[in-house]
Design a binder for this molecule. Structure first.
Ligand SMILES: *Cc1c(COP(=O)(O)O)cnc(C)c1O
Length: 338
């Protein structure tokens, strides 16, 4: 059975690196912790000492209730569990809101979610009147992974809004919220990452400078010999020039690996031809096959981003936390009888 190994040493090393920039971490564990497994990642986060997380919706929030604060990015409009924090993504939503604890999202330029600067006064009035507890104020960058000044324009706008809100809170003797804006790509860019940082992909090692956490290791289902000028797989898009050994492993596109028609590079071998739903054919004889142990390398096979592959890894695959990649040592046999 294929297994996803989660490298604890690398995960903690990424958290160490982020903590050096800002130890106040709102860990983003939305979408099954970017496909890593929300329970395994939550367990590691708690062990590390992280007490606040962000999730996608109420269902995910209910899975990780043991955290001190859970911010739901896309909350339901009706009343949910009382102790969660709810992101407010628009003025309309704020007007309908009945949740006591909120984080106000500001649209500083992404043009996706959040209230606009010109709506701020009205929003603050509503918050004061309805006595919502404004726990946080946040915004999200659209271009933090690029060069250019968009990030700094958004950041400056956020700082101006921060000042206004602080003034308002002082005037009405309301507890000042904490401010957060930095996603992974912005961590190393901002002069000051403010009260909390909100990293996702950096924790999982899906960007440069951070260590990979997920490894996908498949089992071999069978091994056979391919003749010269013989093809394999659907439509025989791979043709062997010479006699070779091939093995079939037990993961396919149903498990979340992107579809490919002409092979792809794996950690130590290569997949041949078209990927099947539940299988891939790979070159050589193996006992187990590491499909990838660094998503940054594996993603080069495809026209997509690391997030996209990680997040789609099937929840059916068993997740196993290991101390390091030595935690799954794979001894390749010299020879297997076939
Ligand atoms: C997903 C998300 C993040 C984390 O982004 P990364 O690029 O993975 O660090 C932070 N904030 C919000 C609002 C998000 O939706």
């Amino acid at each position: 059975m294929a297994t996803i190994y989660l490298n604890k040493q690398n995960f903690f090393s990424n958290l160490d690196k982020i903590s050096k920039i800002n130890p106040n971490i709102l860990a983003v564990i939305k979408d099954n912790a970017y496909g890593h497994g929300i329970f395994s990642i939550s367990k590691l986060l708690r062990e590390y000492g992280i007490r606040k997380v962000c999730v996608r919706n109420i269902d995910e929030a209910n899975l990780v209730r043991e955290f001190e604060e859970i911010l739901i990015f896309n909350p339901p409009t009706n009343r949910g569990a009382i102790n969660f924090s709810y992101a407010i993504n628009s003025l309309t939503q704020l007007k309908k809101n009945r949740h006591p604890y909120i984080h106000l999202k500001i649209d500083t330029g992404f043009r996706r979610n959040g209230i606009l600067e010109e709506e701020l006064d009205e929003a603050l009035e509503i918050i004061k009147e309805k006595e919502f507890e404004l726990r946080g104020v946040f915004s999200h960058f659209c271009c933090a992974d690029e060069f250019g000044c968009d990030t700094f324009i958004q950041y400056d706008k956020f700082l101006q809004i921060k000042e206004k809100i602080e003034k308002f809170c002082k005037e009405y003797n309301i507890k000042c919220p904490y401010f957060h804006i930095a996603n992974s790509a912005a961590l190393s860019k901002l002069p000051d990452t403010l009260d909390f940082v909100r990293p996702g992909i950096a924790m999982y090692g899906g960007i440069e400078g951070y260590k990979p956490v997920m490894s996908l290791v498949a089992d071999v289902v069978s091994t056979r010999e391919l003749d010269s000028k013989e093809g394999c797989g659907y439509n025989k898009t791979f043709m062997s020039e010479k006699k070779i050994k091939i093995s079939t492993i037990d993961v396919g596109y149903a498990d979340g690996i992107p579809y490919f028609t002409h092979g792809c590079k794996l950690k130590e071998t290569e997949a041949l031809g078209k990927i099947s739903m539940d299988y891939m054919i790979v070159k050589g004889e193996h006992k187990k096959v590491v499909v990838f142990d660094d998503i940054k390398e594996f993603v080069k096979n495809f026209n997509t981003i690391t997030y996209d592959i990680l997040v789609k890894m099937s929840p059916r695959i068993k997740r196993k936390i290991v101390e390091s990649n030595n935690g799954y040592s794979i001894k390749q046999p010299d020879k297997i009888n076939t």
